[in-house]
Design a protein around this ligand. Structure first.
Ligand SMILES: Nc1nc2c(ncn2[C@@H]2O[C@H](COP(=O)(O)OP(=O)(O)OP(=O)(O)O)[C@@H](O)[C@H]2O)c(=O)[nH]1
Ligand SMILES: [Mg+2]
Length: 310
């Protein structure tokens, strides 16, 4: 399967609900109720009210200036508009392919998929022939360290860890230090889930980030917030709080396979101007897809019933 086909299958729920309804709607004549229905559909898919009204305004303008409106070309127009909402800002490993170590700090609230995504990412870099080291900076629970160690064993990559209750900043620091000492290509640091409203835990994250930054000696690294797509608009509050605590460089949206509200990705990207690095579409190690704005918009809007991509 190519990336688009994997996206199509990963976004199955969104495509069935949103994409199919959209395809049906676009067969209808234009009327005020057409645009109301469109707005409802966009909001139900979690595109967000601001983005929905912006898209509808743009669509109306576009339609006013065209005389050959078919069933499909307005959808193509919307796809292009949505794709343009995503900021383009390549990650460190693309921007500076010769730099090592690439350091990735994973943050987010509880249960969103940080540890699983850490494992998936490690698997991805390993399959590109890169050496990887993992940091078990979730020292909150012993089980969290074990979870990362399992990934380490499965992928044959070393895991830096300390005992339960140890200082997570120290583990993060040790991981970067080890990656530098061993000339490792990629270091990925998993952290404990924390509620965005818990000030002490957010301050702890600030310390983790600060020590990584110091050890990186001002060289850029990735701080990725992991967000659960099934939580919808609650992710907005998570992002707002986390970015106040630490500078984020990108986001990863997980569990898109489990929601019909795949529009949340659009909503977050436009609101925060933060690039989306990857999306999770399942629990397996290969269920992490690189984010491509054009393909994502197409997979979001075009249902099985609509035209096939060219
Ligand atoms: N369907 C689906 N499930 C996912 C995805 N990503 C993660 N999960 C599942 O989400 C659950 C939580 O994943 P974890 O990786 O443990 O989440 P976490 O953020 O590390 O959790 P804490 O460390 O407790 O904060 C697990 O059952 C994962 O298999 C995804 O893209 N799709
Ligand atoms: Mg975890």
């Amino acid at each position: 399967m190519n990336l688009f086909q994997r996206l199509e299958s990963g976004l199955k729920k969104t495509r069935e609900k949103f994409g199919n309804s959209l395809a049906q709607l676009f067969r209808k004549e234009r009327s005020p109720s057409f645009y109301e229905e469109l707005e409802d559909l966009l909001i139900m898919a979690d595109v967000g009210p601001e983005q929905a009204s912006l898209l509808i305004g743009d669509l109306k303008n576009w339609e006013k200036n065209r005389n050959n409106i078919t069933q499909d070309n307005p959808l193509v127009f919307l796809e292009e508009r949505i794709a343009s909402f995503f900021p383009i800002d390549p990650p460190v490993w693309i921007e500076q392919p010769d730099w090592k170590p690439v350091v990735i700090l994973m943050v987010g609230v509880n249960g969103v998929g940080k540890t699983t995504t850490t494992g998936k990412l490690a698997s991805r870099f390993r399959s590109e022939g890169k050496s990887v080291i993992l940091g078990a900076a979730d020292t909150f629970r012993a089980a969290a360290v074990q979870q990362i160690q399992l990934w380490g064993e499965k992928l044959d990559v070393p895991v830096v860890h300390q005992k339960e209750g140890a200082d997570p900043a120290a583990v993060a620091f040790d991981t970067v230090k080890a990656a530098i000492a061993r000339n490792t290509d990629v270091a990925i640091i998993d952290t404990a889930g924390r509620l965005q409203t818990k000030h002490n835990l957010m301050a702890e994250l600030g310390k983790v980030h600060g020590l990584v930054k110091r050890e990186m000696d001002e060289r850029p690294f990735e701080t990725l917030i992991v967000l659960d797509a099934t939580l919808g608009q609650n992710s907005i509050s998570q992002l707002e709080h986390f970015r106040k605590a630490i500078p984020l460089t990108g986001m990863i949206l997980t569990k898109l396979d489990g929601t019909s509200k795949g529009g949340i990705v659009v909503s977050l990207a436009r609101k925060f101007h933060l690039p989306i690095r990857f999306i999770g579409v399942g629990e397996g190690k290969d269920d992490l897809l690189e984010f491509d704005p054009v393909l994502y918009s197409r997979a979001l809007l075009r249902s099985e019933e609509a035209i096939r991509p060219t």
